[in-house]
Design a protein around this ligand. Structure first.
Ligand code: PGA
Length: 252
């Protein structure tokens, strides 16, 4: 089992959720308090509009709240954007950077993702840096080359392995119900750990690498048991507390 480092399961609500959805945050919080959530850390990356309210409701709980993106600057004339310090101020401790939907919808480059990860760390947030190949890249046998480039360019050299998380999310597995084989996940995760270790002055073998892409209760046991898989980044199955808890409870 790959349960050596502290495993963590992080939900990504994407552009979903209104104030009424905060009852799901409370349900996860209560399950953790009752010891029913599994022996892992748990976080929920929410729409920015819900972060402050969610953070207030989880005060004193081990449930972490996060954002889904941040700007590279600490403040300034950037209409519609959100600074890492603002997320922190609202009660977040995590922030996703470089999700493939941001890379695709907003043209985010590895260099920009690198700067966002630095901005997050500077503000005292744990960045969750996402990488992943497209279907065409996998079919062309380019997966490791693409992931290698994304790791080299998206992960800041100044990264502190204790407070940085990497998520491997094959683009073709996100929201599709498709997942790579266990052997493919194992190959990519081991590759990322080796790559981080040679890249970072402080070493990279202790950085937690999450798998993301169609993780649900029914496949979590298999995916989370793979070597070098230190947890999951969960989209659709994180919207309902019961579904997310079906994943976290794999860590018995
Ligand atoms: P999914 O999304 O679990 O709905 O496939 C994962 C993600 O995009 O982080």
């Amino acid at each position: 089992m790959a349960f050596s480092s502290r495993p963590i399961v992080i939900g990504n609500w994407k552009m979903n959720g209104l104030a009424a959805s905060l009852d799901q945050v409370e349900a996860v919080r209560d399950a953790i308090a009752k010891g029913q959530a599994g022996r892992c850390e748990t976080g929920l990356c929410l729409p920015a509009t819900l972060i402050a309210a969610a953070a207030a409701r989880v005060e004193g709980s081990r449930l972490m709240i996060g954002g889904q993106d941040c700007h590279v600057a600490s403040h300034g004339a950037h209409t519609g954007d959100i600074a890492a310090a603002m997320l922190k101020d609202a009660g977040a401790t995590l922030v996703i950077v470089g999700h493939s939907e941001r890379r695709a919808d907003h043209g985010e480059t590895d260099m920009l993702v690198n700067q966002k990860a630095q901005a997050a760390a500077l503000a005292g947030l744990t960045p969750v840096i996402c990488v992943g190949e497209t279907r065409a890249e996998r079919d062309a046998g380019e997966t490791l080359r693409v992931i290698g480039r994304q790791i080299d360019e998206s992960v800041p050299r100044s990264t502190d392995p204790k407070t940085t998380i990497v998520a491997y999310e094959p683009v073709w597995a996100i929201g599709t119900g498709l997942t790579p084989t266990a052997a493919d996940v194992a190959e990519v995760h081991a590759f990322i750990h080796r790559r981080l270790d040679s890249l970072l002055p402080s070493g990279g073998t202790t950085i937690r690498i999450l798998y993301g892409g169609s993780v649900k209760a029914s496949n979590a046991a298999e995916l989370l048991a793979i070597d070098h898989v230190d947890g999951a980044l969960v989209g659709g199955a994180s919207l309902k507390a019961a579904d997310l808890l079906g994943i976290t409870s794999v860590y018995r």
